[in-house]
Design a protein around this ligand. Structure first.
Ligand SMILES: [Fe+2]
Ligand SMILES: [Fe+2]
Length: 187
């Protein structure tokens, strides 16, 4: 018997939404370029880990169990792509440029929309359609997938070579993180 108080996948994903939203809020308050880059990379890592885990373990369940599940998932994946593009744009912009602020605002607004869709419609439907113990099991899978990529890509310094070496040169942060998670998860 599973205790209904055990966190399920909806609790985990909702906490992720809060964490990334708070991180993005913090970026606005920081002007120091190195700290800003570091925090931005952390927010990107959190959001990529979250989105990849959702696509691997949660969206398939949504397709199966939700009314119009396929349509909802297609819509969500489209939004993930837009979020991903905004994150890639942020990677390439100087953190103290006006374009950076514009792109951060775009990411923040799109994320708020996407979070609203998931939390107000899809997550409650998942809870209605899927038994609690299955949702708890899914929470475990999501947590494991997230652990396959670093929370903070540059723990010591923004120019840390370590992460670049692990992931290979010439590829952006978003793609490196996605690769790390999907390759390790399917091993
Ligand atoms: Fe999502
Ligand atoms: Fe989400």
């Amino acid at each position: 018997m599973t205790d209904t108080a055990t966190p399920d996948v909806v609790d985990v994903l909702t906490a992720d939404h809060r964490d990334v939203t708070v991180l993005i809020g913090e970026i606005w308050t920081i002007r120091d370029p190195m700290m800003r880059r570091d925090l931005t990379d952390t927010a990107i890592s959190e959001l990529v880990r979250h989105a990849v885990a959702e696509e691997m373990y949660v969206y398939p369940a949504m397709r199966k169990h939700l009314t119009d599940g396929d349509k909802a998932v297609e819509h969500d994946i489209e939004e993930h792509k837009e979020l991903e593009q905004a994150m890639k744009d942020l990677e390439g912009l100087e953190v103290d440029s006006p374009q950076f602020d514009e792109t951060l605002r775009r990411l923040e607004t799109m994320l708020a929309d996407h979070v609203q869709d998931e939390e107000s419609e899809q997550f409650p439907e998942l809870r209605r359609a899927i038994p609690h113990d299955e949702l708890v099991e899914m929470a475990g899978k999501v947590e494991r997938a997230k652990k396959l990529a670093p929370t903070r890509p540059h723990p010591s310094a923004p120019n840390s070579e370590l992460f670049h070496k692990i992931a290979g040169p010439g590829v952006g942060l978003v793609d490196r993180l996605k690769d790390l998670i999907t390759k390790r998860a399917t091993k």
